[in-house]
Design a protein around this ligand. Structure first.
Ligand SMILES: [Fe+2]
Ligand SMILES: [Fe+2]
Length: 334
């Protein structure tokens, strides 16, 4: 298989991370919704002047491009850019509003799974409709990002079919942005995640805004362990609410037979402070340590396959439908 990756021939300095653009018909400003939820001016979201670069041929391992379609390096928070201010605004809302109490309420509410009944593939198509042609990193529909990630992993790990499916479904929780799923604000759906109930680690992006979070001065929460204990296991830790935890709940409560590592990837793929900086490892148990290795494998593909890697959806669809059938019931409660 040949993977084509188009990259612009110009270099824009800038902060960057996994990103999406949501363009509601009623929203004149046509905000870009990134995985980190920040807003991007429309004019820099165009991919004019791209050059096509053939970077990988059959039998080659997946090659991570150094820049995305904007010519910006991935997840470079410190670099200056048009977007930086929007990123900050997003994280300001996120850090102020995500409290332990908020997370508990959201988990309780969304555990009911009483909103929609549909299959995994139907949800892929639903998500597709939401973001459609409005992704700033690539012009392809959202389903292509899911399949790009899955296909890139499949190429390098052909025998781990559970990992291919995990990649396909990891972002489906973003349907939380839709009216039928509560139309949650961006700060409650996308962006990096972090634990609540213990001190906010310095590594968390735009850490300074936690000072305005009610939990920040709570003496029960603002220590290294807070309400937790050493090696208690991430399963016992409340993580900020978003598409990760929601999709984990959906998969688990609908009785998926995906291995633990797959559920771990879905649940913590935005937990960058952990899998990038090693923060909060003191809360992990042995099982988490094992699962983290798979998450780190996955993350490379999730982040970097968001360049112009074209996937023929109809061609690969039968394979993914067979995986869905293997690991999920025909209809799931959402
Ligand atoms: Fe995600
Ligand atoms: Fe993703």
């Amino acid at each position: 298989m040949t993977i084509l990756i188009e990259q612009p021939d110009h270099q824009l300095a800038g902060s960057q991370m996994e990103e999406k653009k949501l363009c509601s018909e009623t929203n004149e400003t046509c905000e870009l919704v990134l995985d980190g939820g920040f807003v991007v001016p429309k004019d820099i979201s165009k991919n004019d002047g791209c050059v096509t670069q053939e970077i990988a041929a059959s039998n080659d391992a997946f090659i991570a491009p150094e820049i995305n379609s904007f010519g910006q390096s991935f997840r470079d928070y410190n670099a200056e850019s048009e977007r930086q201010k929007s990123v900050e605004e997003f994280y300001k809302s996120n850090h102020i509003n995500q409290t332990l109490d908020f997370v508990k309420k959201m988990r309780q509410e969304y555990s009911k799974l009483n909103r929609v009944e549909m299959s995994i593939w139907e949800c892929c198509e639903l998500l597709n409709e939401v973001v459609d042609d409005s992704d700033p990193d690539l012009d392809e529909p959202q389903i292509e990002h899911l399949l790009q990630t899955a296909e890139a992993i499949r190429k390098d790990y052909p025998n781990e079919d559970w990992l291919h499916l995990t990649a396909l479904i990891h972002d489906l929780g973003k349907v939380l942005l839709l009216p039928s799923f509560g139309e949650l604000p961006q700060w409650a759906v996308v962006g990096d995640t972090h634990p609540l109930g213990c001190a906010f680690d310095e590594y968390i992006v735009h850490h300074k805004y936690f000072k305005e979070n009610p939990d920040y001065n709570n003496a029960s929460f603002n220590t290294k362990y807070g309400i937790y204990s050493e090696g208690c296991g991430l399963d016992n830790v409340m993580i900020s609410w978003g598409h990760d935890d929601y999709m984990y709940l959906v998969a688990k409560e609908n009785g998926t037979t995906l291995p633990q590592a797959g559920l771990f990837i879905i649940r913590y793929h935005s937990f960058y402070p952990l899998h990038r900086a090693g923060a909060y490892r003191h809360l992990m148990n042995k099982e988490d340590e094992e699962n983290l290795k798979w998450l780190q494998v996955f993350n490379k593909y999730d982040l970097y396959s968001k360049s112009k890697v074209r996937v023929d959806v109809e061609k690969v669809k039968p394979y993914y439908l067979s995986l869905i059938e293997k690991y999920f019931p025909a209809k799931l409660r959402w």
